[in-house]
Design a protein around this ligand. Sequence first.
Ligand SMILES: *Cc1c(COP(=O)(O)O)cnc(C)c1O
Length: 395
Amino acid sequence: MNNYLTPNFAFANMIPVHAQGSRVWDQAGKEYVDFSGGIAVNALGHCHPVLVDTLTDQAKKLWHASNIYTTEPAQQLAKLLVDHTFADKVFFANSGAEANEAAFKLARKYAYEHYGAQKNEIIACVNGFHGRTLFTVSVGGQSKYQEGFAPLPEGISHIPYNNIEALKNTINERTCAVVLELVQGESGVLPAQVEFVQAARQLCDQYQSLLVFDEVQTGMGRTGKLFAYEHYGVSPDILSSAKALGAGFPIGAMLTTDKVAPSFGVGSHGSTFGGNPLACAVGCAAFNIINDQKTYENINKQSQALINELNVIGQSTGLFKEVRGKGLLVGCVLTDQYTNQAGEITKIALEQGLMLLQAGGSVLRFAPSLLLTDEDRQEGIKRFEQACQNFLSHY
Ligand SMILES: *Cc1c(COP(=O)(O)O)cnc(C)c1O
């Protein structure tokens, strides 16, 4: 089935061909409920009519102009992001890794310009995930993604997540940035504690370090607020966004303040495709649908229902020791007996007609459409329960 692509992906044994809302159909015409959302990307489900119209309208106007010119869609999306967040300025990229690459480079450049070359150290968290470029994989705290790619960029240290003491003991005058996910998404859907995030802000201020939130997965409504930092009452100096920002069209963004942005002077950083008008037009349309009271109400309602239903399944099957997360980013932590079985359960779920994610080996991850309906949720849960039963009967 896969003769032409490099072997770094373990593709599922079905090929999706078309989709609508929270339903997907494969080559054989089999239908699936989508609780994976393209890994927290398809925030408005598949083929949302407003996004399809926006994309096709823009396709008839202007596809690409390069960064020698700015475009109306890029200006409009940047304004939306600035008007609704802590930020004053936006840099557009094409992916989460690129948004983070820009964030880390900017943090280094800012420290270099204001305090000197020795202030270059980045503190990040064990089990953090920030992308797969060499710099982002080095800031990421998972050695399995770094193995074989040395020499890695230097000046990066890792502390245990949610550990204030470790942060206090590690931060110093040479720290240029502290980088955090507000929910560790890829490694297990683990939310940050309020005290930890507040301490990070306070320590960054004390040491003139920049606080960077990687909201590639948690941003754009996923947790029930536009960005997850709103839950914490703490603003970063730099924030990265991607995944849901284009609701399925590739785009990333780095947001920052007027204090920090000048360190990205003319020529200091760039991207050929960043700010692409197709991506930004879709981003604007997605933003307006996501940042709507009705959508936030649905996220919170569906989140509560999903978590309740997963807890019921957890109790009846004994499969989970915890259901955790925020908004529509939910994780079921498998009991110790079923360690490393998340991949097996997602496989069985797929057979059952349910697209599901894992987050590490022992957590099942749910990242459905923010417009999920009762009907689709209930059908997905029914298939999930069946998948759990099938797993247990073979285990
Ligand atoms: C997915 C993800 C990334 C990487 O995004 P890409 O678009 O795959 O480069 C970075 N950080 C977090 C928190 C993510 O979830």
